[in-house]
Ligand binder design. Structure first.
Ligand SMILES: Nc1ncnc2c1ncn2[C@@H]1O[C@H](COP(=O)(O)OP(=O)(O)OP(=O)(O)O)[C@@H](O)[C@H]1O
Ligand SMILES: [Mg+2]
Length: 250
């Protein structure tokens, strides 16, 4: 059974149809890439999968269960985590506390329990391990707002991992990064996948997408125009017309 099944997914904002009858599946342990021009509906797709937006029509099933009407925190507890296109750490909190806040969600699911101190030695140790897992091994007390973008992006992934996800949605993780930072990120994504996390990756950086994904879904104006392995997608006339040709021309 597919880990995630999407069928006839449709979402409009006023007159703008952000997603139109989109359908695809995500198999357990794969890395699926989502590509397409600006405004194609990629982030809207993530917002629907994570329960931040309610689709107008269509079905999203996670582990065979319809997610309709489930709130983002319920879906997070079931194993769906995401990062945001524009990073959003708590800027004045330390690196460590940024991760602790995210882990608290799993450790203290009720409001009453949330009032308990979340910074136990065991929780701090677990948060440090998560930061180490994304390659951040020092300066745990540094305020997150002072980090360079590359490290903010890693922190964002550590925060998502604190939810111990089965499915991780990454929205343009390499956006704004330098070339070598992108390559390191590519390696991290591969590693997380090898550890058993299924990943959906939205990315404009074609070398990254083509290098890490075995399968791609292409959106354009809210419609899925192609799906297939990277080499087939690179040769697909409609994809070249709508996206790759433009990307190549800059
Ligand atoms: N909350 C919203 N209210 C109104 N319109 C929205 C909203 N969110 C997205 N849209 C519109 O829906 C369309 C799809 O937007 P979306 O952010 O999903 O695109 P995207 O593929 O992620 O683009 P990008 O590559 O620029 O991040 C766009 O036309 C956008 O303006
Ligand atoms: Mg987007």
């Amino acid at each position: 059974m597919a880990l995630l099944e999407i069928d006839q997914l449709t979402k409009a904002f006023g007159g703008v149809t952000a997603l139109q009858d989109v359908a695809f599946e995500v198999t357990e342990r794969e890395i699926l890439g989502i590509i397409g021009p600006n405004g194609a509906g990629k982030t809207t797709l993530f917002n629907c999968i994570t329960g931040m937006l309610i689709p107008d029509r269509g079905v999203i099933r996670f582990r065979g269960q319809d997610t309709h009407g489930r709130k983002p925190h319920e879906l997070a507890l079931r194993g769906i985590a995401r990062t945001f296109q524009v990073v959003r750490p708590f800027p004045t909190l330390s690196l460590l506390n940024n991760v602790l806040v995210a882990s608290g969600h799993r450790a203290y699911p009720s409001l009453r329990a949330a009032a308990a101190p979340f910074s136990t030695p065991a929780a701090r140790e677990a948060a440090q391990a998560l930061l180490a897992r994304v390659g951040m091994t020092g300066e745990f007390d540094r305020p997150a707002g002072t980090l360079p973008l590359g490290l903010k992006k890693r922190l964002e992934i550590a925060r998502a991992l604190a939810l111990d996800p089965a499915l991780l949605l990454l929205d343009e993780p390499s956006g704004g990064l330098r070339h070598e930072e992108s390559l390191q990120l590519l390696e991290l994504i591969r590693q997380l996948n090898q550890e058993g996390i299924t990943i959906i990756l939205i990315e404009h950086n074609m070398p990254i997408v083509m290098g890490v994904c075995r399968r791609l879904v292409v959106l354009d104006h809210g419609v899925k125009i192609a799906e297939g392995d990277p080499s087939a997608i690179q040769r697909h006339p409609q994809v070249i017309e709508a996206y790759l040709g433009k990307a190549a021309r800059g």
